[in-house]
Design a protein around this ligand. Structure first.
Ligand SMILES: Cc1ncc(COP(=O)(O)O)c(C=O)c1O
Length: 372
């Protein structure tokens, strides 16, 4: 027998902000009265606290996760003729950042964890390779030990795409503190989110820290001395003030997402026709998304929708099979694991405001689907 219909949104951004609404409004009022809107005191405070949160020495606020990637790679002089190794199953911004610098994204297939398969990296290294760009997709850390070994062996930079992974850990170390730079998105759909666009870069390298600070502000070393051609990627004081409020809750919200994932896991593990995202003992996954895999993905998605449950697909078309990927010379069959997963993946609601009643309902609805 099916249970009474409950509406389960994929995510409810407005309600997530309700919890901090009053605190945020007070901060906004303070900022308006201060008249300081760009790169002010709040930005510096946020950068300091964010670096501390990630176990990194420095952090630089920028205006998106995409810019975090672009500026990190620019600061390493990655450009025309260079190659950067990354994955084809990420959000397109990962590869765009590489291509926009004039460099070439070189894709490597992923493993069962949906992250870069370290065993397939070495065969893609050429004399033009400058960096490896692992993406901690879904909030699960990439397998960093072998990647660090490869980077040391070949003298390659590691730039981490941490857009989905604030507070994720590998061997008890936070992501964003492994590579020369960690790039985070503060987009409204992220667990630590601005009320608009935002991004932040972590690094332990002092020279890089100073260089990125200059690059985010038109290449200006001082007010009257432009050192590099660059654009404007400054973080607003208003966003930093909002982020400082939300930062007080980030650990609690992350634990809620992990607890939601655990609840799903307990309810869904008996289904043999589902692959569940289960981190191994070296990983702390923060479940930006909770992605299950099934051969009947499209039917299950429609069934859940008909019962009031919204789901999403991250991402239905791998980057190498989008128009831009064909231009890079890739084709169907280039990355079999990524392509197989793209046909099976389904993201269930996992946001921190979800109730256990809603999760139980999603589990029951999946059970109804497989029993029907
Ligand atoms: C893996 C990944 N990389 C990069 C980005 C780009 O971040 P932003 O949207 O803040 O530019 C995103 C954003 O969704 C992402 O998920």
């Amino acid at each position: 027998m099916s249970s009474a219909k409950i509406e389960v949104p994929y995510v409810d951004v407005a309600s997530l902000n309700t919890v901090v609404h009053d605190e945020i409004m007070e901060e906004i009022s303070n900022i308006i009265q201060s008249g300081s809107f760009i790169l002010g005191e709040e930005v510096e405070k946020f950068e300091e606290k964010f670096a501390e949160l990630c176990g990194a020495k420095y952090a630089i606020g920028v205006n998106s996760g995409t810019d975090a990637l672009i500026l990190s790679m620019r600061s390493l002089d990655i450009g025309e003729g260079d190659e950067v190794i990354t994955v084809p199953n990420s959000f397109v911004a990962t590869a765009s950042a590489i291509a926009l610098l004039g460099a070439k994204p070189i894709f490597v297939d992923v493993g069962d964890d949906l992250n870069i398969d370290p065993m397939k990296v070495e065969e893609k290294i050429s004399k033009n390779t400058k960096a490896i760009l692992p993406v901690h997709l879904t909030g699960r850390p990439s397998n960093m030990a072998p990647l660090m070994e490869i980077s040391n062996k070949y003298g390659l930079h590691i730039v981490e795409d941490c857009a989905q992974a604030v507070l994720a850990e590998y061997d008890n170390q936070k992501v964003g503190s492994f590579g020369i730079a960690g790039c985070f998105s503060l987009h409204p759909l992220k667990t630590l989110s601005a009320i608009g666009d935002g991004g932040i870069i972590t690094t332990n390298d002092e020279d890089l820290f100073h260089k990125i600070k200059i690059l985010r502000n038109l290449g200006l070393k001082t007010r009257d001395d432009c050192q590099f051609w660059s654009g404007n990627s400054r973080l607003d004081n208003l966003q930093a003030a909002v982020l400082l409020v939300k930062m007080k809750y980030i650990e609690e919200w992350t634990e809620q997402r992990i607890s939601n994932a655990f609840f799903y896991h307990r309810g869904l593990s008996e289904f043999n026709n589902l692959i569940l995202p289960v981190p191994n003992e070296r990983e702390k996954s923060v479940f930006h998304t909770y992605i299950i895999q099934t051969d009947n993905r499209d039917e299950l998605k429609d069934f859940l929708f008909s019962r009031g449950v919204q789901t999403a697909i991250h991402y239905p078309i791998p980057i190498h099979l989008q128009s831009i990927g064909y231009e890079l010379g890739y084709e169907q069959g280039s990355f079999p694991v990524t392509e197989r997963q793209a046909r099976k993946i389904l993201s269930l609601p996992i946001f921190q405001g979800l109730s256990k009643e809603q999760i139980s309902y999603v589990i029951k609805t999946i059970e109804d689907f497989f029993n029907s």
